[in-house]
Write a protein that binds this ligand. Structure first.
Ligand code: NDP
Length: 289
C-alpha cells in the first residue's frame, strides 16, 4: 500500500480563498477590514519567518495586519501594556503573541492578558476551558487545521481509535479534545508513555506532535491508518517531520513535511481572525469556513 498524500497546501489555499471571500463580506458589513495584530519579541530566526508569512497571508486575505516588533530586552510589564493596548483597539480583532518569548518573560502571564474575544491562538484559559467544555470558542490553529485534514480524509470519525503523541497546550491537548468531541476514542502519549509502538499500532488515526525527527516508524503503524505529521524539525537534510517518510508505504493517507499541516496553521489563523471579527462586531458569517 502507498498512502494518499494529504495535500495540506492545496486544502489551505482553498480555506484561504474562502477566508478572503468572508473578509470582503465582513468589510462590507462592518465598514472596516478585520484586523490581526502579531507581536514578536526578540530576534529568533524561525519566529521572524513565521511572523513575516503571517503578515503576508493576512494582507493577501484582505485583512489588516498590525505588526509589533519589540527588542529581546523588552520587560514583561511593557509587553503586557502593549497587549492591553491591543485589547482596547477596536481595529484589532485578533492578537497573536509569537512564542517562544525570551526567558525573562512569563509566557503564561502574557497569554492571560489577551482578551479571550481576540485570542486567535486559542491559548488563554477561557479558550482552553471552552474547548474542554465543548463550547464554541477559538481553537489553536495547528490542531484545528490538523482536524480539518483528518475529517477531509475520513469524514465521520466516530468510534475510531486515535493516538495523539505529544501533550502540549499548543498542539497535543487541543488535538485530543477535538478528536474526542467528534467521538473518536483518544489516547494521549507523551515522554513517559510505555511502549509507544504498541499504542500507535492500534490507531486508525495517528497525530505526531513531538519535535523528534522521524520518530514514528513504519513497523509501528497499522496499515491503512491516517497519519498527521505535525512535527517541524530542522536537520542537515532540511525540514523533516516526526514521522519517518517510510511510513508512506504503510499508511492509508499521510501529510508530508513540508506541505501538510504547516500551511493549515496560517490558514486557520486567518480563519480564527475572521471568526473573532464577526463575533466582536455581531454580524453573522455568510461564508462557510
Ligand atoms: P512541545 O515540545 O511543547 O511538546 C512535545 C511533546 O512531545 C511533549 O508532550 C512531550 O512529552 C512529547 N514527547 C517528547 N519526547 C517524546 C517521546 N520520546 N515519546 C513520546 N512523546 C514525547 O512541542 P509542540 O507541541 O509545541 O510541537 C510539537 C512539534 O510540532 C514540534 O516539532 C513543533 O515544531 C511542531 N509544530 C508545528 C506546527 C505547524 O504549524 N506545523 C505548529 C506548532 C508546532 P512530555 O509532555 O512528557 O514532555
Amino acid at each position: 500500500m502507498t498512502a494518499r498524500i494529504i495535500d495540506g497546501k492545496a486544502f489551505a489555499a482553498g480555506l484561504r480563498a474562502r477566508v478572503a471571500e468572508g473578509a470582503a463580506a465582513f468589510a462590507a458589513a462592518a465598514g472596516r477590514k478585520a484586523g490581526l495584530a502579531v507581536v514578536l519579541v526578540g530576534d529568533d530566526a524561525a519566529s521572524a519567518v513565521y511572523v513575516r508569512s503571517k503578515h503576508k497571508a493576512t494582507l493577501a486575505a484582505g485583512m489588516k495586519s498590525f505588526e509589533h516588533r519589540l527588542p529581546a530586552a523588552t520587560v514583561q510589564d511593557a509587553l503586557i501594556a502593549l497587549v492591553r493596548q491591543l485589547n482596547a483597539d477596536d481595529a484589532v480583532d485578533g492578537i497573536l503573541v509569537q512564542l517562544p518569548l525570551p526567558k525573562h518573560i512569563d509566557e503564561q502571564a502574557v497569554v492571560e492578558a489577551i482578551d479571550p474575544a481576540k485570542d486567535v491562538d486559542g491559548l488563554t484559559p477561557i479558550s482552553t476551558g471552552r474547548l474542554a467544555l465543548g463550547l464554541d470558542g477559538l481553537v489553536p490553529c495547528t490542531p484545528l487545521g490538523s482536524m480539518m485534514l483528518v475529517e477531509d480524509v475520513l469524514g465521520d470519525i466516530s468510534g475510531k481509535d486515535a493516538v495523539v503523541i505529544g501533550r502540549s497546550i499548543l498542539v497535543g491537548k487541543p488535538m485530543a479534545q477535538l478528536l474526542l468531541a467528534k467521538n473518536a476514542t483518544v489516547t494521549i502519549a507523551h515522554s513517559r508513555t510505555k511502549d509507544l509502538p504498541a499504542l500507535v499500532a492500534r490507531a486508525d488515526i495517528v497525530v505526531a506532535a513531538v519535535g523528534r525527527a522521524g520518530m514514528v516508524k513504519p513497523d509501528w503503524v497499522k496499515p491503512g491508518a491516517v497519519v498527521i505529521d505535525v512535527g517541524i524539525n530542522r536537520t542537515d537534510a532540511g525540514l523533516v517531520g516526526d514521522v519517518d517518510p517510510a511510513v508512506f508505504a504503510v499508511a492509508g493517507a499521510m501529510t508530508p513535511v513540508p506541505g501538510g499541516v504547516g500551511p493549515m496553521t496560517i490558514a486557520c489563523l486567518l480563519r480564527n481572525t475572521l471568526v473573532a471579527a464577526h463575533r466582536r462586531v455581531g454580524v453573522p458569517m455568510t461564508t462557510p469556513l
